[in-house]
Design a protein around this ligand. Structure first.
Ligand SMILES: CC(C)(COP(=O)(O)OP(=O)(O)OC[C@H]1O[C@@H](n2cnc3c(N)ncnc32)[C@H](O)[C@@H]1OP(=O)(O)O)[C@@H](O)C(=O)NCCC(=O)NCCS
Length: 285
């Protein structure tokens, strides 16, 4: 096997790799990720893509890792270890975060990643819940535009723990966003973009379950009757209940893991601080 830069590979070959492990990514989703991050591929002697691993730096000292795949006929032979070691060389000194599938947990544990918390992959055919929201969101909801990007970057950073300027800008270019405003101040937002089998809602950042429900609800209305997905750490409470009522029950789980700073090290103990209610995606965090 040879190692190659993911940027130079035909999109169709990457798409074929993710299809081979049953992942829903479209070629466009790969392209988005290639523009947002960097990565390696494992190639055989005739240039077929047999593996991939990507990283997404945010500033000089933090990165997320994702799209770690080895083709089924190559699995358990050490290819993922081989690719991951090369990625870890590239991001040495960085605090790292990723979302591990069950198949990959042992790989990441062997590389000293620490388990953090479960991510619930919720998806299905969206429907507008008939139940009334028990608590009302505070403020006005409107569609976001480019002038809201700086406020969204700051809110996202408060929830995620790291400023993701370029990524949030890029997500805005591909998404419809709803924001909750207290006067002119953005207090919560939810983006939604085409992904996989339909659309994905994320990131969602809010200060309370009621606010998170209020800004996700318009996306559910927009996509009622079609496939919608959301990846969340929330396992109970009003937000989790809302997702189930909105046609998005839990489909699968993955495990957030970290290397370097733990998730708790990014929180400053402020209960009123905005929380990340939904990930941008499992790959991006
Ligand atoms: C997860 C995945 C990338 C692992 O790739 P791989 O090339 O098989 O992994 P490796 O051969 O390098 O093995 C890595 C570790 O997992 C262990 N492992 C791999 N397959 C295993 C299996 N079927 N049962 C038990 N352990 C296994 C290896 O022994 C090794 O552990 P060690 O470091 O303690 O020796 C691959 O299975 C895959 O692409 N799965 C589908 C996509 C996916 O889930 N990606 C992960 C995204 S987070």
């Amino acid at each position: 096997m040879q190692i190659g830069d993911i940027q130079g590979v035909e999109l169709d070959r990457l798409h074929a790799l993710s299809l081979s492990v049953g992942w829903p990514h479209r070629a466009e989703d790969w392209q988005f990720l290639r523009e947002a991050g960097q990565g390696f591929v494992a190639l055989d002697e005739i240039g077929r893509v047999l593996g991939s691993a990507m990283w997404f730096p945010h500033g000089a000292s933090f990165a997320t890792i994702g799209m770690v795949i080895t083709s089924p006929r190559l699995q358990t032979l050490g290819a993922a270890q081989w690719l991951m070691k090369r990625v870890l060389d590239k991001v040495s000194g960085c605090d790292l975060r990723l979302n591990a599938t069950r198949a990959a947990r042992r790989l990441y544990l062997s590389l000293d990643f620490q388990p953090e918390k479960t991510v619930y992959q919720c998806q299905g055919i969206a429907r507008v819940p008939t139940t009334e929201s028990p608590a009302e969101a505070r403020g006005d909801i409107r569609i976001l535009d480019a002038s809201d990007i700086p406020a969204a970057i700051a809110l996202d950073a408060a929830g995620f723990g790291v400023r993701r300027t370029a990524l949030i800008e890029k997500l805005f270019a591909h998404s419809i966003g709803y924001g909750l405003f207290d006067g002119k101040k953005l207090t919560a937002f939810a983006l939604c973009r085409p992904f996989g089998r339909g659309h994905v809602v994320g990131p969602v950042v809010a200060q309370s379950d009621a606010d998170a429900v209020a800004i996700v609800r318009p996306h559910v209305v927009d996509h009622s009757g079609s496939f919608l997905r959301i990846d969340t750490h929330m396992d109970s409470g009003e937000f989790a209940a809302f997702l189930a009522h909105a046609g998005m029950p839990i489909f699968d789980t993955v495990l957030t893991m970290s290397l370097g700073k733990r998730l708790a090290d990014f929180s400053y103990g402020d209960a009123a601080r905005p929380k990340t209610y939904a990930l941008a995606s499992q790959t991006l965090g």
